[in-house]
Structure formats: C-alpha cells, structure tokens
Design a protein around this ligand. Structure first.
Ligand code: AMP
Ligand code: TRP
Length: 331
C-alpha cells in the first residue's frame, strides 16, 4: 500500500469546507493508502495564538477528525510537536534551502506586498518545516489545497538537492490537488472560499455550530434575483454553491438536484440544503460528544506519536549520518 501524508493546521474551528474538501477525503483514502495524518500545531505559531484558544482548537480538531471516521487503528494520527524529529530535520532542511527560494513563496510575498509589519521569522521559514514534516516519512502522495502546492514543490526541490548532495535519502513526494468543484464558497459572498481563518461571520458553517445556527446561515445565504435553480457558477454563484453543498452531502448529482428543485423557489431549495447540513452536524456532533465522553484523545495521540517517532527517528538518523553530524567509529 502506498503511503500518503497530510498535515492540518488547527488555527481556528473546522468548517464545512474543510469537511467536504479534506476530512471526508482523508477518511476515504484510508481504504487505499497507508495514511499518516498529523495536527500541524507548530505551524500555527507562525502568527500569535491565544494559548487557551489554540489548545481548544487542537482538541476539537483531533476529535472532529475521529468523529468523521479517521481510524487510529488503520492510520497514524498524531500531534506534530509530540514528534520532535520534525523540528530537528526542519532546521537541517532550512540549511539546504536558499533564501531566494523562500522569497518566492506566494504566502510570504502576499504578506510582504500587504505591508504586514509583524511577520515572524518562523513564518518565513515555515515551508522548510513543512518539507521536514513530509520528507521524514517518505510518503508517495501529499494531498493539499491549491494554496499549499507551491510548498510541496519546494519540498521536492529541497529533497532532490539533498539527494544529489548526500546520496539517495528522501523519496520525492507528489502533491495531490483535489479536483475543481471541491471548493465550498462562503454563504455570504459566494465568490470567496469558505474559510476558517475569516473572522466569524454568517458565511461560514463551523462543524461545531449548533444545528439551528447552521440552518439560519443556510437560509440567509446570498443568492441572486434570477429566481431559477440552475448550475451557473458565473451568473449564479450562490445557487451553484448551495447545489454543490447539497450534492456533496446527499451524494446526488447536480443535474438530479436541478431537475428536482427548478421552479420551486429559493426558499424551498435552501430548506433542503439546510436539512442536509443539519443532518451532517447532528451525526458528527453526536460522535464528537461520544469521543469526548470516552476521554480517548490522549491515548490516541500518544499511540500515534509512538508509531510516528519510530519512522521519523530512523530517517533523522540516516540524514544525520549522511551529512556528517555523527561520529563514524568505523573510520
Ligand atoms: P485550511 O482550512 O485553509 O487550512 O485548509 C485545510 C484543508 O481543507 C485543505 O485541504 C483545504 O483544501 C480544505 N479546505 C479548506 N477550505 C475549503 C473550502 N472552502 N472548500 C473545500 N476545501 C476546503
Ligand atoms: N502548511 C499546511 C497548511 O497551512 C499544513 C501543513 C503543515 C502540511 N505540514 C504539512 C500539509 C505537511 C501537508 C503536509 O495548511
């Protein structure tokens, strides 16, 4: 079975977009890949986090992943900071990455262009920590959103450079970008992605929203004045987004939904979408509460970290020996 790795940055509460675009996919991948999934908590520190809030987000993120069906028996699930080898390899890789390469990262360039004044040096070098997160496990595939593709490409460049300098060490990973259409848009501005980093607003459904709050958000989703249910993302982005959400959750095709709802008015259609969303939240939240009641998070994370540490330590030892950090007693 090929290995797949992904990291989730737990900055903020998980959203319906995360569920449809990522969580659900990971759960499916478990059937075909050996999955390594970690909570990238070190990465959140690149911008200031309130400690209490961060800790709550970490707990909720991992519990929701389990609630969605990520299975600790089949997959390796752990917290990045519990496997210290990531940070150690991260430093080594930052010494094999040029500043010119980091200067080209669009996330960095965007912040620079916006005149961001409090950019941390951790933010600047974080692509090299991400490279370490990946390369330390030799995965074949790394599923990421479009915005992270550049970082996986940098990871490949750094791995190739390292292999050339020091001999074959790292497997070169492939980014896996979800197909178009897997993008859930904001309910209040359907031209923007639904995002957890946005300030709390009615355009974003959080997986831990009360079902009633979520229902209200769907019912007040921005649509248009055309008054027809059709899949036209350019002229009717709001309706197209709601169709996609319904289709993703109900498993029915968009054509099928258009056939059923055309002519019925936006109110009726929104009610049906809200019903799908509420059903999902009810199911997820019941499992989430179960997981919390059982108090299994600590155990899942410590078992996951123990498994990950064995793989990470072996790779780190190999790297340290190859670059000459260790004493070779046989010489
Ligand atoms: P983020 O919340 O931006 O850190 O993204 C975490 C993961 O969720 C990535 O794999 C994203 O591609 C996915 N994701 C986040 N927001 C959405 C969205 N609105 N629609 C689809 N996928 C999303
Ligand atoms: N940087 C990613 C993000 O912001 C999260 C992440 C950290 C990651 N390490 C990773 C993703 C390794 C994939 C592989 O979303």
């Amino acid at each position: 079975m090929k290995r797949m790795l992904s990291g989730i940055k737990p900055s903020g509460q998980l959203t319906l977009g995360n569920y449809i675009g990522a969580l659900r996919e990971f759960v499916k991948y478990q059937n075909d890949y050996e999955m390594i999934v970690f909570i990238a908590n070190l990465h959140t520190l690149t911008v200031y986090q309130d400690p209490q809030e961060l800790s709550t987000n970490l707990r909720d993120t991992i519990a929701l992943y389990l609630a969605c069906g990520l299975d600790p028996k089949r997959s390796t699930i752990f917290m990045q900071s519990d496997v210290m080898q990531h940070a150690q390899l991260g430093f080594i890789l930052s010494c094999n990455t040029y500043m010119g390469e980091l200067n080209r990262m669009t996330q960095y360039k965007d912040k620079l262009a916006k005149g961001e004044e409090s950019m941390t040096s951790g933010f600047y070098v974080y692509p090299t920590l991400m490279a370490a997160d990946i390369l330390i496990y030799d995965p074949a595939f790394v599923p990421v959103g479009e915005d992270q593709k550049q970082h996986v490409e940098l990871t490949r460049d750094v791995a190739i450079r390292f292999n050339n300098r020091y001999g074959e060490t790292f497997k070169i990973p492939q980014p896996l970008i979800p197909k178009v259409g897997a993008r859930v848009m904001s309910l209040s501005d359907p031209t923007k992605k639904m995002s957890k980093s946005d300030a709390l607003d009615k355009g974003c459904i959080y997986l831990l929203d009360t079902p009633e709050a979520a229902r209200k958000k769907v019912m007040s989703a921005v649509t248009d004045t055309l008054g027809k249910i059709a899949f036209d993302p350019v002229n009717q982005p709001g309706i197209a987004n709601l169709l996609q959400i319904h289709s993703a959750l109900s498993g029915r095709s968009i054509e099928d939904l258009v056939r059923e709802f055309d002519g019925q008015g936006y109110g009726t259609f929104k009610k049906a979408v809200a019903e799908e969303v509420v059903n999902l939240l009810n199911t997820l939240q019941a499992r989430y509460r179960d997981i919390m009641d059982q108090g299994i998070l600590d155990q899942v994370l410590s078992e996951g970290a123990a498994k990950a540490r064995i793989m990470a330590e072996a790779k780190l030892q190999d790297v340290q020996r190859k670059i000459g950090l260790t004493i070779d007693a046989t010489q």
